[in-house]
Design a protein around this ligand. Structure first.
Ligand SMILES: *Cc1c(COP(=O)(O)O)cnc(C)c1O
Ligand SMILES: [Zn+2]
Length: 376
């Protein structure tokens, strides 16, 4: 049965309802029966929509796509060994958020909505703005005032209305909710809206197909709002339930120590995400002090037998420069994952398969990276 279901009150809704959360205020998930016709998939174009039957968009005509996805899975050298890294920084807008935006904006088109609101620390805003531009849907993106200028220019050039909010990332989230409640607008949120996660899940499909339907032992991923961690968890679980893979990989979530509520919850074995005192980090893309789906993230990590680790800013700077010296130009938020990977690898056996990801392109943040490098 394909439907929306509230994670709080269990109420069910049709996939055609214009809802981004339950009427009780709870988070919605999608209950959906995916299909994986592997022979057909193999013959299709190398993009994320090759898994058509596993993505909850009914009509091909509604799909908003730039033929994105099926990014290379490349061997990258670390001190003692090599790791396969998914090149998700080479998406059309420069981050993996395009996976989620492609599916969510397709859904918005299917629902006949022509005006949406989103808030972001930058990359999700860029992705929603670009896909809305492609679809002819107007959008307004709220960002914290501190967002790097490259990302702001990108959002504006896509034609979105940009609204800068003074203060923290959380204050931006609160400002956008106020606007939505007053004006009854549709929230194209990458943290609330469940369709976003049915785009990011294609990460898992692609990794397994690129490994000839084998599963990695570990996937090391960034975690802020959990769009990639939860997406990957959904994707791997669907493949497992369809008997295509034989186990789930252990999901290792990486946070920046300066803003690490999930790491704290994991360390202290809490089921609810604690309040934290957020300090600034150069990884603004994962600096989420109050992750909406925090409880769900902790559960997914636990079910995969994974864990949550945290890295210091100086480790992120080192990882950034190490990757650039191998020719990979990534942004500081993406380097946090690599810093975590670097740290975690000593705990992995040499014969175990590790996959990680470059989540965002360096060209978005060149000015910011110049400042970081100049002061180190
Ligand atoms: C959004 C983002 C992340 C983190 O994703 P979450 O959904 O917040 O867990 C990591 N890296 C980059 C470059 C991002 O844009
Ligand atoms: Zn509910």
């Amino acid at each position: 049965m394909n439907q929306l279901k509230c994670t709080d009150c269990d109420k069910q809704f049709s996939l055609n309802e214009k809802l981004w959360r339950c009427r009780c205020g709870g988070i919605l998930d999608i209950e959906f029966e995916p299909d994986f016709p592997l022979d057909k998939i193999k013959q299709r174009k190398k993009n994320m929509w090759r898994y058509r039957e596993a993505i909850p968009i009914a009509k091909g005509a509604d799909i908003i796509s730039f033929d994105e996805g099926f990014t290379p899975l490349l061997k990258v050298n670390f001190d003692e060994r090599s790791v396969l890294i998914k090149q998700d920084h080479i998406f059309p807008t420069g981050s993996f958020k395009d996976r989620g935006a492609s599916v969510l904006v397709s859904k918005i088109k299917e629902l006949g909505i022509n005006n949406v609101v989103e808030d972001s620390s930058g990359n999700a805003g860029c992705a929603i703005a670009a896909y809305c531009a492609h679809a002819g849907i107007s959008c307004e993106i709220f960002v914290p005032e501190s967002t790097p200028p490259g990302k702001l220019t990108q959002i504006e050039l896509y034609g979105a209305k940009l609204t800068k909010v003074p203060g923290s990332r959380e204050e931006t989230a609160r400002a956008v909710i106020r606007v939505i409640e007053e004006a009854q607008r549709y929230y194209a949120s990458h943290s609330w809206n469940p369709f976003f996660f049915h785009g990011t899940k294609t990460f898992a499909y692609e990794v397994c197909e690129q490994l000839n339907w084998e599963v990695p032992d570990y996937v090391v991923l960034p975690v802020g709002n959990g769009t990639l961690v939860l997406g990957a968890y959904i994707g791997f679980s669907e493949l497992f339930n369809a008997d295509i893979i034989e186990k789930l990989p252990k999901i290792i979530g990486v946070q920046a120590k300066n803003c690490a509520p999930l790491y704290k919850a994991y360390q202290e074995k809490l089921e609810i995400v604690p309040k934290i005192e957020a300090m600034g980090t150069i990884s603004e893309g994962i600096a989420i002090a109050e992750p909406i789906r925090g409880k769900q993230i902790l559960k997914a990590i636990k079910k995969s037998n994974g864990e949550i680790i945290a890295v210091e800013d100086h480790e992120i700077v080192e990882a950034l420069s190490k990757m650039c010296r191998q020719g990979f130009y990534i942004e500081p938020t993406a380097a946090a994952t690599i810093a975590g990977l670097n740290k975690y690898l000593i705990r992995v056996n040499p014969d175990e398969l590790v996959v990680s990801v470059f989540t965002g392109h360096g060209m978005k943040t060149t000015e910011k990276m110049k400042k970081i490098m100049d002061s180190n």
